[in-house]
Design a protein. Structure first.
Length: 223
């Protein structure tokens, strides 16, 4: 019975290995999807993207099993994929890293490199969780990002009452919106994190300020 299952069909790879590879890569891709969901902080979260991560890894594994020792199949797949256009806009660069992560594990399992796939998933997942835990690379160092729309006489370098609420601040970006209007992006640290609403109110009362927006520095993404 087992022998019949192992050679169920005339394929380059026997049926048992195909099923084992697909199940194994599916489990690893679930782990990758969990890490993505666990470490995602911004508003750009998409359930369909999480499903895509899983499916891309499984499909990559299947493709590698098809093209292994089959040069004709490889060129056929290359021609088929050249007809596909991807128009999805990726808002976060880390999403691209997860796509490559998923594909790399799929390729490893599809070529029967089980140890590489398993250890790669464990190591990279641990690295992502570690970076997330310590908020590595945050510009605001655990603080906030303030976006201020203002005109003269306002200047973020001129000391005012709202500076008394801050422990530190630095200018990240200045954008001109007209002859006299500017958009200032500041990285700030509050003496007391609970004073964020008070900072907004104080800034709004500052001469020249038209609009104020404050967000957590670690959750900022580009729109």
């Amino acid at each position: 019975m087992l022998d019949q299952f192992l050679f169920l069909a005339e394929t380059e790879t026997n049926a048992a290995i195909i099923i084992i590879n697909l199940v194994f890569v599916f489990v690893l891709e679930l782990a990758i999807a969990w890490v993505y969901r666990r470490t995602h902080r911004t508003l750009s979260y998409s359930q369909s993207f999480v499903s895509t991560i899983i499916l891309m890894g499984v499909i990559a594994s299947l493709i590698m099993m098809v093209v292994t020792e089959n040069i004709v199949g490889a060129f056929a797949l290359l021609g088929a994929f050249s007809l596909i256009r991807f128009r999805t806009i990726v808002k976060e660069t880390r999403d691209i890293a997860f796509v490559f992560f998923s594909l790399a594990i799929g390729v490893a399992i599809g070529t029967n490199n089980y140890v590489v796939g398993l250890l790669g998933t464990i190591f990279i997942s641990a690295a992502i969780l570690l970076l997330n835990r310590f908020n590595f690379g945050s510009v605001a160092r655990g603080g906030h990002i303030a976006v201020i729309l203002a005109h003269k006489p306002f200047s973020p370098t001129i000391k005012n009452s709202w500076h008394d609420l801050l422990k530190a601040n630095n200018i990240l970006n200045i954008k001109t919106l007209g002859e006299e209007d500017f958009e200032y992006t500041l990285g700030i640290q509050l003496k007391n994190p609970a004073d964020a609403p008070l900072l907004v109110e104080t800034l709004r009362k500052t001469p020249g300020v038209e609009n104020v927006e404050i967000m957590s520095g670690k959750d900022v993404i580009e729109y």
